[in-house]
Design a binder for this molecule. Structure first.
Ligand SMILES: Cc1cc2nc3c(=O)[nH]c(=O)nc-3n(C[C@H](O)[C@H](O)[C@H](O)COP(=O)(O)OP(=O)(O)OC[C@H]3O[C@@H](n4cnc5c(N)ncnc54)[C@H](O)[C@@H]3O)c2cc1C
Length: 479
């Protein structure tokens, strides 16, 4: 199989001329579209963040519609096969979901991983298929109306106030009205179209963004043999190896393979794009984070396709690498390739406050904090050198980072909140994304109850509810 696939990719990707990005424009005729429903809160994007926003608002008594373009919830967490929050889940809904997952065998105990700045406590990976079911169940149980297989294409803004979103699906274009829209699309799709200012990646004339990757899983790995090798290898500098075989199901985390990768590439002439790769287990399966494509504008369909084609090329080559070079993988095969490209960074929305690298690294206190977070600082250098994964003191995420400039009744949560590129290295992690989703959901509900805009909501009331949910808001709240 390996040889056949290698031949497939030998000539490189072939993007036809007619898919050129440089196009003239056409005028789209205006038309009336039906109103599908009107509700209190619309959440766009049912990924890592959106379900937390939706459940939080619904549990505060609001009618919530959650719009997701695919047929399952969890986004990068589940479909992206990412599964591992790079930090502890400290309270509130994130901890509730993980506790539930643990109770049904869908996640393991917390792990301690070694980083160059010390040990970091993180939640164990989860089993993504179980997580899809749990997130769906929690949404349905709290009364959230999910719209799967539905793309939110355009926000409707009147006099500077967001009134809802146009959705697209097999049923054509329809409108879903809302008092508050929460943009959890990761790319700030709604905010951007509502003319909210943003910075793409690093900003500036030479935009740099963290690279994209595509996860895959492998079966038929002899984990015992891999562990025996890893314990004595000097090529795995960062690792968590459970003491017992039972712990291998969710607790194995190996980062490195630098020398072995270098030797493989020198001997075969095959180019892989990473210096270090990561293996981790969830439910006894091997999850591989090893592909990388630099300098991709994922909003260009041509470039996004090129990135996917390159990831497939790398995965095929990595199969050969693992089988030939890493003990335990001799009979391994690819079990699943994530059906979506893993995107680390695109737009950073400009909000009432922009979290800075200094805030996130020094752990500055904010009176309007909606979450204290202990996620790692995780920056994959846009130039392709080694990632920067560090354990740091807790930091706080102010509510103002969720409130975009220029438009009323819109909140953003998840990867695209108002944070600079360094701060985003922490706030893009899943514990922070889930916490901002939860904070946005509660804030939307409080604003509606009090008849005020989300910009003017009483943050003290929001914080009171978040505290009652067990969410730490300041560093000193973390036990
Ligand atoms: C390869 C990779 C490895 C990573 N590793 C880690 C790690 O080890 N630990 C960690 O904590 N974090 C990690 N991260 C970061 C983290 O996973 C993401 O930043 C986080 O999951 C983003 O959450 P989100 O909800 O903002 O986006 P997503 O989880 O991507 O969710 C966005 C959702 O919105 C939907 N959507 C988007 N646009 C629309 C639309 N217009 N209409 C309808 N639906 C829409 C999408 O289908 C998706 O379900 C990694 C990221 C990548 C890419």
């Amino acid at each position: 199989m390996a040889g056949f696939l290698l031949n497939l990719f030998r000539s490189g990707s072939q993007i036809p001329e007619y898919m050129s990005d440089k196009k003239k424009t056409i005028a789209e005729p205006a038309r009336e579209i039906p109103v599908l429903m009107e509700t209190d809160v619309v959440v766009v994007g049912g990924g890592t963040t959106g379900p937390f926003a939706a459940i939080a608002a619904a549990r505060q008594g609001k009618r919530v519609v959650l719009i997701e373009r695919f047929g399952s919830l969890g986004g990068t967490l589940t479909l992206g096969l990412n599964t591992k929050p790079s930090g502890a889940l400290l309270g509130g809904l994130p901890l509730e979901v993980w506790t539930l997952a643990r109770s049904v065998g869908g996640a393991g105990p917390n792990l301690t991983v070694t980083t160059k700045t010390g040990d970091l406590k993180i939640a164990s990976p989860c089993e993504p298929e179980i997580m899809k079911i749990l997130l769906t169940k929690l949404c349905v149980d709290s009364g959230v109306q999910i719209l799967f297989e539905t793309f939110a294409s355009t926000p409707i803004v009147e006099n500077g106030v967001m009134k809802g979103v146009v959705i697209e699906g097999k049923g054509g274009r329809q409108f879903v009205g809302a008092q508050v829209v929460i943009d959890c699309s990761a790319d700030a799709d709604m905010a951007t179209q509502a003319n909210v200012p943003f910075t793409m990646g690093s900003g500036g004339s030479d935009i740099k963004m963290q690279p994209v990757s595509m996860y895959f899983t492998m079966s038929n790995v002899d984990i015992g043999r891999l562990v025996a090798w890893a314990r004595t290898s000097d090529d795995i500098p960062d690792r968590t190896i459970p003491d017992t075989e039972e712990g291998y199901a969710y607790g194995l985390w190996l980062v490195g393979f630098k020398k072995t990768l270098k030797k493989f590439q020198a001997e075969t002439g095959i180019q892989l794009r990473r210096e270090r790769i990561t293996l981790k287990t969830a439910n006894g399966q091997m999850y591989v984070n090893a592909t990388r494509v630099l300098d991709i504008d994922v909003f260009s369909p041509v470039q996004a396709t090129e990135a996917l084609v390159e990831c497939y090329r790398q995965i095929e080559a990595l199969l050969r690498f693992f089988r030939e070079c890493i003990p335990g993988f001799e009979k391994a095969s690819i079990l699943q390739i994530a059906p979506v490209l893993g995107v680390r960074e695109t737009r950073h929305v400009h909000g009432e406050y922009t979290l800075t690298g200094e805030d996130a690294i020094e752990g500055r206190r904010f009176d309007d904090s909606i979450a204290a977070d202990c996620s790692a600082l995780d920056i994959h250098d846009p130039s392709g050198v080694d990632g920067n994964f560090q354990s740091l003191r807790p930091y706080e995420i102010p509510y103002r980072c969720l409130v975009p400039l220029n438009v009323e009744q819109l909140l953003v949560a998840g990867r695209c909140i108002s944070a600079d590129q360094i701060a985003h290295g922490r706030s893009r992690n899943m514990p922070a994304c889930m916490a901002t989703g939860q904070g946005a959901g509660v804030a939307a509900a409080v604003a509606i109850d009090d008849g005020v805009t989300v910009r003017n909501v009483s943050v003290q009331k929001v914080q009171k509810i978040l505290r009652s949910m067990g969410m730490p808001l300041h560093a000193e709240d973390i036990v």
